[in-house]
Design a protein around this ligand. Sequence first.
Ligand SMILES: *[C@@H]1O[C@H](CO)[C@@H](O)[C@H](O)[C@H]1NC(C)=O
Ligand SMILES: *[C@@H]1O[C@H](CO)[C@@H](O)[C@H](O)[C@H]1NC(C)=O
Ligand SMILES: *[C@@H]1O[C@H](CO)[C@@H](O)[C@H](O)[C@H]1NC(C)=O
Ligand SMILES: *[C@@H]1O[C@H](CO)[C@@H](O)[C@H](O)[C@H]1NC(C)=O
Ligand SMILES: *[C@@H]1O[C@H](CO)[C@@H](O)[C@H](O)[C@H]1NC(C)=O
Ligand SMILES: *[C@@H]1O[C@H](CO)[C@@H](O)[C@H](O)[C@H]1NC(C)=O
Ligand SMILES: *[C@@H]1O[C@H](CO)[C@@H](O)[C@H](O)[C@H]1NC(C)=O
Ligand SMILES: *[C@@H]1O[C@H](CO)[C@@H](O)[C@H](O)[C@H]1NC(C)=O
Ligand SMILES: *[C@@H]1O[C@H](CO)[C@@H](O)[C@H](O)[C@H]1NC(C)=O
Ligand SMILES: *[C@@H]1O[C@H](CO)[C@@H](O)[C@H](O)[C@H]1NC(C)=O
Length: 546
Amino acid sequence: MQNLSKTLAIVLACAVNTNALSSISQTHGPHACHGVSSSLQAPNTTVVLTEVHHQNGTSFPLVDQVSSCGGPNELANITANLCRLVVNVTTSRSSSVQVEAWLPDDWNERFLATGGGGIGGCIDYPTIQNGASLGFASFGTNGGHNGSEGSDFFLNQPEVLKDFGYRAIHVEAGVGKEIVRAYYGRAPKHNYYAGCSTGGRQAFQSALLYPEDFDGVLAGSPGVDWLRIVSSKGILARRIGWPNIHSTSYVREEQWKAIVEAQINILDPLDGVKDGIIDDPTMYRFDPEILACGAGVLNGSVCLQPAQIDSVRSAYEPIADSTGKIVYPPFELGANTDVFSKNINTTTGKPELSYTILEDYFRGAVYNSTAWTPSNFTTKDMDFATDINPGQVNTGGTDLSAFRAKGGKLIAYHGRNDESVTSALSAWHFSGVQASLNASLSEMHEFYRLFYIPGMHHCSGGPGAWNIGQTWPLAEGTRDSRHNLLLALVEWVEEGRKPDSVIGTKFKNDYVADGVESQRTHCVYPRKSVWDGKGDTSRASSWMCT
Ligand SMILES: *[C@@H]1O[C@H](CO)[C@@H](O)[C@H](O)[C@H]1NC(C)=O
Ligand SMILES: *[C@@H]1O[C@H](CO)[C@@H](O)[C@H](O)[C@H]1NC(C)=O
Ligand SMILES: *[C@@H]1O[C@H](CO)[C@@H](O)[C@H](O)[C@H]1NC(C)=O
Ligand SMILES: *[C@@H]1O[C@H](CO)[C@@H](O)[C@H](O)[C@H]1NC(C)=O
Ligand SMILES: *[C@@H]1O[C@H](CO)[C@@H](O)[C@H](O)[C@H]1NC(C)=O
Ligand SMILES: *[C@@H]1O[C@H](CO)[C@@H](O)[C@H](O)[C@H]1NC(C)=O
Ligand SMILES: *[C@@H]1O[C@H](CO)[C@@H](O)[C@H](O)[C@H]1NC(C)=O
Ligand SMILES: *[C@@H]1O[C@H](CO)[C@@H](O)[C@H](O)[C@H]1NC(C)=O
Ligand SMILES: *[C@@H]1O[C@H](CO)[C@@H](O)[C@H](O)[C@H]1NC(C)=O
Ligand SMILES: *[C@@H]1O[C@H](CO)[C@@H](O)[C@H](O)[C@H]1NC(C)=O
């Protein structure tokens, strides 16, 4: 009986909602979609494309997408009945930013902007798809150039560098809100941003430079100090002997696999749970001497010779600039080292970094030369890049006072098994902002909260319970504020409920359809999730924040 009345209450609630929605839908829908170009009031903006997608659950090819972003045959997934709009915004005489909108019929009156990854140049469709499925008017941008590989788009193009550096997200926010107004007939009630990696860099930069753009900002694995992150890959590769791949100090790729495996075997149990996850790798120091040939930990084909021990030791040291000041934290223990150790072209056998962003960006943006290679990379190159700061890409800084003063909320998250952006950087940045604002921890937590996710790789993936609603597809069970950080941010902004923890989910084989493997409670920094010592470690309730 009680169940029946609950069901009735839900049916009634739905009926009320539907009525409210049908009155809204008179102002939008297919006709309005094609009509946006005539009502849109935005400077320097041309509508390139309008498409109505009323086949929720189906997909369509991204015919204009360049190959390094996934190519023209990649399918975008329609996650709601929606209007898709693409606009071209001229940002200078030699640059333009592409902005794409997915406008669901069933709009939740919220605006969601997204950023880029790596060297930019691709629209973040996964986040847009998820956003639209939750009812957000969802936007993406190419960041001012098309493609995530190569240097041509940056070469001798200072204005394109500015779009990537600091301008594109602000343009997306400005034009995006106008598109919402033109299509739905009114402004969004709340404005959000979500991005990871480079998108996380753009998140912090937006809060810093354009504090009015968003009410809530979600910054994943943030690439703050982007130029040093990119440089670190070259510096670490050089520390292990690259490009002299036949020297005695060079450490081979298969040796790194064994080194990282040994780190996990030794360090993982120290946090009390043996699960292949080093909860907090910054707590430990690691002496590679124990992996020496003869020590008995690694076998004869992968053990370390004396010169290699020195290489490995230096690979886990922090990075200092030319003046000796430490500017970048040590590489994560237990994380895949591919970004600096997978550096021989398997076709040619020649030294070549598989991490292409270093060469691409330094050729196009820093040295203006397609002949440049990272073979001789040193801290001088890193310092040169930060000195010239192409397109203001590294204009970070820690003074978030304006964003804080207007009531903005920022959530950052970072995997503790990040192979690309060392997770300690997020704690550094948190402390930097705290020092800038001279704020107590509880004052910081009024507007800025950081969540570390043990066992998560860069942005997603890894052995940990990493799914917090940040990847496509958005699984059933990750569409509420307990399991989804974007929705936790919404609740914080709109209802004032501060997120103290979030439940991460690990799906079997990282495949949603295979079902849940485990869940874990992740805690607001500096608190950590610790096993209660008795419960099933695959259940979130067995983990406490301390
Ligand atoms: C659309 O969904 C398919 C199947 O899940 C996936 O392979 C593809 O990458 C998705 N497209 C985008 C742009 O996320
Ligand atoms: C779209 O389809 C998915 C399943 O394919 C469903 O869960 C969702 O509720 C649908 N959304 C809308 C707005 O119809
Ligand atoms: C976008 O704008 C730029 C600069 O004004 C122009 O060169 C480009 O052709 C435009 N693209 C489209 C599709 O309109
Ligand atoms: C419009 O484009 C011009 C250059 O073409 C630029 O100077 C101006 O700042 C742009 N306006 C806006 C609002 O972006
Ligand atoms: C990016 O690609 C789109 C779609 O083909 C095109 O309209 C736009 O002009 C391109 N932008 C740049 C900067 O090349
Ligand atoms: C980049 O190099 C080209 C020639 O290689 C030169 O014409 C151009 O002026 C250079 N641009 C900058 C910004 O130095
Ligand atoms: C040595 O150890 C590595 C890494 O554990 C393993 O892949 C390899 O098969 C081992 N080789 C021998 C000869 O046991
Ligand atoms: C390796 O070298 C070949 C030949 O120069 C090149 O085509 C390829 O892109 C390089 N990279 C990889 C990852 O194979
Ligand atoms: C790197 O340095 C070595 C030795 O100093 C030099 O022989 C080589 O030409 C340099 N390579 C590049 C690509 O500059
Ligand atoms: C920082 O805040 C503390 C406590 O509110 C205050 O005593 C101190 O003077 C402040 N320091 C600066 C440099 O503003």
